[in-house]
Design a protein around this ligand. Structure first.
Ligand code: AGP
Length: 364
């Protein structure tokens, strides 16, 4: 994409709408239908090495870290390799144990974030294998890592990440599928995930067609004192990212919690002025999530659900199309980008350049 605004009032709006093409681009030329897998030319990790990986540790900051949370779940689900994500900024300061059988993955839009780069350099110094999941081609992190997957989101101008977040999550799905098919993921499951990935661009377009309704909801919730974002397992990273997005661009205070943690403390915050955004994929945790909604309702909390079907306990539901359960986090984040955008617009914020923030944090 060009730097031209293309008829949009802000880069954030433009970049949210570019996601249909961006996701198409990250998939293009990479799917191998014959073997129900993907080709990732720059990975630099052969099948024998991939089979030897005992753990995966993903490192990034901010939204990149949140895509790492999604990536870790995808790698565990599809490749059955224990995986987790950690803020790169924390990792580099805690003198981590570097394990030769762990595959480290640094994730970054700009490829220049100092904390992430410093974590990569520390890992390399200790002899670790580090891959990059990076958007900007030839950036410092892309150069310092041993190989990786380019995200192909195109230039992202708005300080607040949207299309790169989604494309990075898709890039992780590709990596997880690749690792899975080298290990124990069946051909049938490989085909199922590929079909789901191919459906994503049109499903994102469908979510974006619901923008007017989300704009109306944003106006309704814009005066909240604070917002609570909750989700269980696949829904949780989506809640984390949506909470960050809202904070960054609208300056509305927001918290994100695993839905199961609500009763361990944050439930005390619930009141009509503190609405909850609940991310509720139609998976085997739906009933548990519905029980959480009842607990919130019992405390007079307002609820905006993002789900695959209308939620009776919610005041409003944004219905998103169904895909394969493993891919739910990718699609469910998109309407919440629009919610953050329209909240910021309703409050008259400087959307592309929120106060106190820089696009990439290249200093300590
Ligand atoms: C995203 O909306 C943020 N502005 C921020 O959290 C960002 O994701 C973070 O600083 C990491 O940047 P990077 O992806 O360029 O490394």
């Amino acid at each position: 994409e060009s730097y031209d605004m293309g008829g949009h009032d802000t880069y954030m709006h433009k970049e949210i709408h570019e996601q249909v093409d961006a996701v198409d681009r990250v998939l293009r030329g990479r799917i191998d239908d014959r073997f129900a897998t993907v080709r990732l030319g720059g990975l630099n990790l052969d099948a024998r090495e991939a089979r030897g990986v005992r753990r995966v540790k993903i490192l990034g900051c901010g939204s990149a870290y949140h895509t790492g949370l999604i990536g870790a779940q995808l790698i565990e689900e599809l490749a059955r390799i224990p995986a987790d994500a950690e803020p790169a900024s924390e990792f580099r300061y805690r003198n981590p144990v570097v394990d030769p059988d762990t595959l480290y993955i640094a994730v970054s839009q700009s490829g220049e974030t100092y904390d992430t780069l410093a974590a990569v350099q520390e890992l390399k110094r200790k002899g670790a294998r580090v891959l990059g999941v990076v958007n900007v081609v030839g950036s410092a992190i892309a150069r310092e890592t041993d190989g990786g997957v380019y995200v192909h989101a195109g230039p992202e101008v708005c300080v607040v990440s949207t299309k790169c977040f989604t494309n990075t999550a898709v890039a992780f799905a590709l990596l997880a599928l690749h690792l899975g098919r080298i290990r124990d993921l069946s051909v049938a499951d490989g085909k199922r995930i590929i079909a789901g990935l191919r459906r994503l661009p049109e499903q994102i377009a469908e979510v974006l067609r619901g923008e007017e309704e989300i704009k109306r909801l944003a106006a309704e919730y814009a005066n909240a004192k604070s917002m609570m974002f909750i989700g269980r397992v696949r829904g949780y990273p989506v809640a984390r990212e949506a909470s960050l997005k809202l904070k960054e661009v609208s300056y509305v205070h927001a918290e994100a919690y695993p839905a199961s943690e609500l009763k361990h403390g944050p439930l005390a915050l619930i009141e009509p002025e503190v609405p909850t955004v609940a991310v509720l994929p139609d998976d085997d945790l739906l009933e548990k999530n519905r029980a959480t909604l009842e607990e919130i309702k019992a405390r007079s909390g307002r609820i905006l659900a993002v789900a695959h079907q209308e939620q009776e306990k919610a005041d409003h539901t944004i219905v998103v199309p169904r895909n394969e359960p493993e891919l739910d986090p990718i699609l469910m984040g998109v309407p919440l980008q629009l919610l953050a955008y329209h909240t910021a617009l309703a409050l008259g914020r400087d959307i592309d350049k929120p106060r106190n923030l820089a696009k990439s944090v290249t200093v300590e």
